[in-house]
Design a binder for this molecule. Structure first.
Ligand code: HEC
Length: 135
């Protein structure tokens, strides 16, 4: 083999190695850092959504193309009413606005005729605070 060619071969090998798929181990489940936003979501918000919203907003059935069964789904919102959650701005967050809407409003959630309970004033306050303050 042409000696001048060898360094090129090595360089190519090094490059190939550099682009190999990352082998970083997945973060351990226990002790992985969870943001304040996620912690409150897991402990407090998810159970509220489960009780009043997830029945109609999940993987199989997502009315208004909205999913209430994950933090990502909540944040994204549905097809018409804009962002589900605008962090820091509950009054611009469709999830909060629809849940807090007067029960006589057409778009109030859950719909008046459904068998799911509306959020209580205390739950609405929790949701509002979470949107307002979680970073
Ligand atoms: C009994 C079923 C039912 C339940 C329970 C329910 N929804 Fe809905 N939701 C609907 C339907 C139907 C639509 C579509 C309304 C439309 O497009 O006119 C909708 C649409 C939405 C949308 C999308 C609006 C848009 O188009 O952007 C959001 C956000 C939403 N709901 C939030 C909630 C929240 C929050 C809860 C719980 C507090 C909840 N929903 C509970 C039936 C339900």
């Amino acid at each position: 083999m042409n000696r001048a060619f060898l360094p090129l071969v090595f360089a190519a090998l090094a490059l190939a190695e550099g682009t190999a798929p990352a082998t970083t181990p997945a973060p351990a489940k226990t002790g992985a850092p969870v943001s304040e936003r996620e912690r409150i979501y897991n402990e407090t918000i998810a159970p509220i959504m489960e009780k009043s919203c997830v029945g109609c907003h999940n993987a199989k059935k997502s009315k208004g193309r909205f999913r209430a069964d994950s933090l990502a789904g909540l944040t994204k919102g549905g097809e018409d009413a804009g962002e589900g959650i605008a962090w820091g701005k509950p009054k611009e967050s469709s999830v909060y606005l629809l849940a807090a809407a007067n029960r006589s409003e057409k778009l109030a959630m859950p719909p008046k005729k459904s068998d799911k309970p509306a959020l209580t004033p205390a739950e609405l306050e929790i949701l509002k605070n979470w949107i307002e303050t979680s970073k």
